[in-house]
Design a protein around this ligand. Structure first.
Ligand SMILES: Nc1ncnc2c1ncn2[C@@H]1O[C@H](COP(=O)(O)OP(=O)(O)OP(=O)(O)O)[C@@H](O)[C@H]1O
Ligand SMILES: [Mg+2]
Length: 499
């Protein structure tokens, strides 16, 4: 890709300024950069989702015009997006044939598609059930379907946009294996990542993009975390945050013997008990899918509990609506921001008002737009959301900037005294991780109770005063920060016992 420029909104947003990128056959090439640097945009041009404003693309030495994803597929380029594009109500095989339907007579040949899924998944070690409904699949499995989909269309150059951001540690290992299999089969891989260790572990070469420009390019064997971070941010970055000493106060949240079932009547949370006090951060560690999601859904009123008791500031939470619980002082940063936290078609400003529209921003039953605009502008500044325009459509922001808006809205809620943060730094860059961690720890200084659910052990260890580990719906242990370490947490995560 040579001297690629891409602007949006009549040139008002310059997503890519002048980027030159060279990818070699058979390599794994990492693209890194801050949120909003222009990584996804650059890759979407390779995949024909966007066309460059100016600049040229050469593929196997020949200049190509990639003006649609089908043109990209024809060339052998495929992309797994940051946000999956599957149809949840269809099966794996049905999703696979969207766009490349094998025809038998005039009807779709679903049997052929099923067989193809089985064949292709065998070849690359991507085990998956062709008849499973996508809505029933874990995120890791959904990603496999996306990978299969592009392999199906004959991809030789595979682009992954933050592929491990949404995966469990186990799924990540499996993905690395799949990537190795793809390379062994003669494929080439480009991947975007915010995880510097991962970049060091699996890439051959690295390109760093900062504010729409390619700032640096070096082989991975010459790279260090510090070198990458410096090139990304333009300054040195701290990799841990100082935890402030705070006096722990009275109990804010008490959870006693709580059990939760899913819609198939399967127990997802099994007799969980814990407390969180003022000024205390409780980290919930565990492989994703161990019941954390359901526990949070119960606490936030999205799901009913089948036994036990939850008490927030002396109020029993039984049969309370999410709105009521929110008014009682719960702020919630949901792990799935698209499903639970935001409306893509709304502006940034409107997203700031979600959930507060009947309280803080209501005036005589109408939205108080002037206050809302003023606050939204202030929060964008404070949380460094880019670009700084409250009228931007939320869905057009880069992934990490979307996350910052949700964090800002929830932490800035007036009456919050319990904050539940689910995967609060997923998809955000290292600079922003640093600032979100500081903000969360600052809530502790303000005497709030905080619960952090994260699949990143480093995040849990960085933030928590106490760590509860979940495995298969049970809390297998609660450790103080002093006694906790990766090894002990690992044992509890796998359901083992500490001596
Ligand atoms: N369709 C669009 N319309 C308007 N602006 C856009 C559009 N797509 C991207 N942008 C803007 O272009 C810039 C680059 O966005 P991009 O999504 O490429 O960033 P990124 O490097 O992938 O960031 P992240 O790490 O947060 O995913 C951002 O300022 C973004 O708001
Ligand atoms: Mg992106």
């Amino acid at each position: 890709m040579q001297h690629i420029r891409k602007t949006f909104l009549d040139g008002k947003v310059i997503a890519n300024d002048d980027i030159t990128l060279k990818i070699l056959k058979g390599e794994k090439h990492a693209i890194v950069g801050e949120n909003g640097a222009g990584k996804s945009t650059l890759m979407k041009m390779l995949n024909g989702l966007y066309t460059p404003t100016s600049g040229k693309i050469f593929y196997h030495g020949e200049e190509v015009q990639i003006d649609s994803p089908s043109k990209a597929a024809e060339l052998g380029i495929g992309m797994v997006y940051q946000h999956f594009m599957l149809v949840p109500t269809l099966t794996v095989a049905e999703n696979m044939i969207l766009g490349v339907e094998p025809k038998k007579g005039l009807s779709l040949d679903i049997n052929q598609a099923r067989q193809d899924v089985i064949d292709v998944s065998k070849k690359y070690g991507l085990a998956i059930d062709p008849d499973a409904l996508v809505s029933d699949l874990s995120i890791g499995m959904q990603q496999r379907v996306e990978i299969l989909k592009i392999l199906f269309k004959g991809a030789n150059l595979l682009v992954f946009d933050e592929p491990t951001a949404v995966l469990t540690p186990q799924e990540i290992k499996e993905l690395y294996k799949i990537m190795d299999n793809l390379i062994a089969e003669g494929k080439t891989i480009i991947f975007i990542s915010h995880k510097l260790q991962e970049v060091l572990d699996i890439s051959d070469n690295i390109t760093v993009i900062r504010r729409g420009k390619d700032i640096a390019n070096f082989p991975t064997k010459e790279a260090t975390k510090e070198k990458i971070a410096n090139a990304m941010v333009g300054r040195a970055v701290l990799f841990t945050t100082e935890r402030p000493e705070v006096e722990i106060g009275e109990v804010v949240l008490s959870v006693k013997d709580v059990s939760v079932k899913d819609h198939h009547n399967v127990i997802k949370v099994n007799n969980a008990s814990f407390e969180i006090r003022k000024g205390e951060v409780l980290g919930i560690a565990g492989v994703e899918g161990s019941g954390q999601t359901e526990l949070v859904e119960a606490l936030t009123g999205l799901k009913e509990i089948c036994s036990g008791e939850m008490i927030l500031d002396n109020v029993i939470l039984k049969k309370k609506t999410p709105r009521k619980i929110s008014q009682l002082g719960l702020a919630h940063i949901p792990e799935d921001r698209h499903k639970r936290a935001a409306v893509s078609q709304f502006s940034v400003m409107e997203n700031f008002a979600l959930g507060l529209e009947r309280d803080e921003y209501s005036k005589f039953g109408l939205l108080n737009f002037s206050k809302l605009r003023k606050d939204a502008e202030m929060f964008m500044e404070k949380y460094d959301v880019r670009p700084r325009s409250v009228d931007t459509e939320f869905g057009r922001l880069s992934g990490g900037n979307q996350q910052k808006i949700i964090v800002a809205r929830e932490l800035e809620k007036k009456n919050n005294n319990l904050i539940i943060a689910g995967q609060p730094t997923r998809g955000v860059d290292i600079g922003a991780i640093e600032s979100i961690h500081k903000l969360i720890l600052n809530e502790k200084v303000k005497g709030k109770a905080v619960m952090v659910v994260s699949s990143e052990l480093s995040e849990i260890l960085n933030l928590s005063d106490k760590i509860a580990v979940m495995c298969a719906g049970k809390i297998t242990g609660i450790l103080s920060r002093e006694e906790a370490n990766e090894e002990k947490i690992g044992i509890l995560m796998a359901g083992g016992k500490l001596d």
